[in-house]
Design a protein around this ligand. Sequence first.
Ligand SMILES: Cc1cc2nc3c(=O)[nH]c(=O)nc-3n(C[C@H](O)[C@H](O)[C@H](O)COP(=O)(O)OP(=O)(O)OC[C@H]3O[C@@H](n4cnc5c(N)ncnc54)[C@H](O)[C@@H]3O)c2cc1C
Length: 404
Amino acid sequence: MTKQKQKVLIAGASIAGPTLAYWLHQYGFEVTLVERATSLRLGGQSIDVNGPARKIARLMGIEEEIRAANTGELGTHWVDKSNQVKASFPREGAGSLTQELEIVRGDLVTILYEHTKEHVTYRFDDQISHLQQDDQQATVTFASGSTESYDLVIAADGIRSKTRQLMFGDEPVFNYLGLCTAYLTIAKTETDPNWARWYTADDSRVLLLRPDRQGTTRASFSFLVPEEAYNQLDRANKKAILIERLAGAGWEADRLAQEVEKSEDIYLDGVGQIKAPRWSLNRFAMVGDAAYCPGPITGKGTTLAMVGAYILAGELATHPQYADAFARYERIMRPYVESVQKLPPGVPRLAYPKTALGVSVVNTVMGILASEPVQKMARVLGSSETEKEERMDGTPLPEYKPAY
Ligand SMILES: Cc1cc2nc3c(=O)[nH]c(=O)nc-3n(C[C@H](O)[C@H](O)[C@H](O)COP(=O)(O)OP(=O)(O)OC[C@H]3O[C@@H](n4cnc5c(N)ncnc54)[C@H](O)[C@@H]3O)c2cc1C
């Protein structure tokens, strides 16, 4: 590795982009981050920072900030139409949505931004419109009109990455999983507890309400749709579809429909996984959801984004040739990604029953899984937190000691 600072452009300022920027700066790279939105996008529900991502957070010195920003969620209740709890999964128990380092997505995005903004150039309200590369450099034209050159360009702009398209064309594929999910922040009411509440309705619909520490409630609404249909719609049409799909779902559906009507931060998209045969092409590479989105149902999108960013930066810092670094990044990361992307048979379909009978079967099964004997068995079979912490599905997280 030469001492001369290498210039890296990253597209996307959410989780993967700023984590990569943090580490690249630590290793002496000059980093610019371009974000399409006019400011940080802070929407979404809680996400987990666990396993190897937790170790990375500790190495970055942000573990305590994440802990301090904890949502305070006590666990997950599976409720029926009358809000009766059918199954209760306390925080960190087997099957709980709630983990020790549970943080609202926007809070993690903010922490990462705060830890990078002094050292990294953030370029909001812009995006890459054209990309070219040769032996000497990558030439980038921005939508705002300017053209600049970099040593490397990294796509970290999420599941619908346009940068990925500019780099790899149609080679990476979006595997749609037959499910659509909407996220929105809604007013908290006195009846919202500090528990996540999961409600399964008939007609293949699930509502999930979760507490945050901002005094609002984070809602999601998911439903099965065989063909991918909604991601191109404008906000008004997305709202109309959600309101129609919520009709007759029971429980808090009417409240949610009213909130959808007035929401400013609604997000609706098909749920899918990104499968790409390669993650780099000469001076271009991808990280996070742009490269290997596992889908929110795995609960591992943030973990993969942070681990991928840490490994990519570490490999770039310890290899003089970027091609060797990209190859090692992929060699280390791909088995982990593949294990995370592997979904059990019937997922997500089985959690979205069509009929009222199906709903009651799901609630009964969840009740059994939450019962003390099953929880006890899961505790005995599960590995300890320390064991899980440093491992990517059995493989230890690499340690990097760059030579400079
Ligand atoms: C608004 C929002 C809400 C979300 N809510 C949830 C949630 O509730 N639960 C969950 O599990 N996951 C959620 N996710 C996804 C989750 O953040 C990711 O799965 C995971 O953290 C990996 O992050 P990432 O940085 O790879 O991608 P993402 O978090 O998807 O971030 C991509 C970033 O790139 C930006 N971007 C997009 N296109 C361009 C472009 N052409 N040029 C430059 N920048 C671009 C986006 O504005 C965004 O900031 C959400 C993502 C977003 C963007």
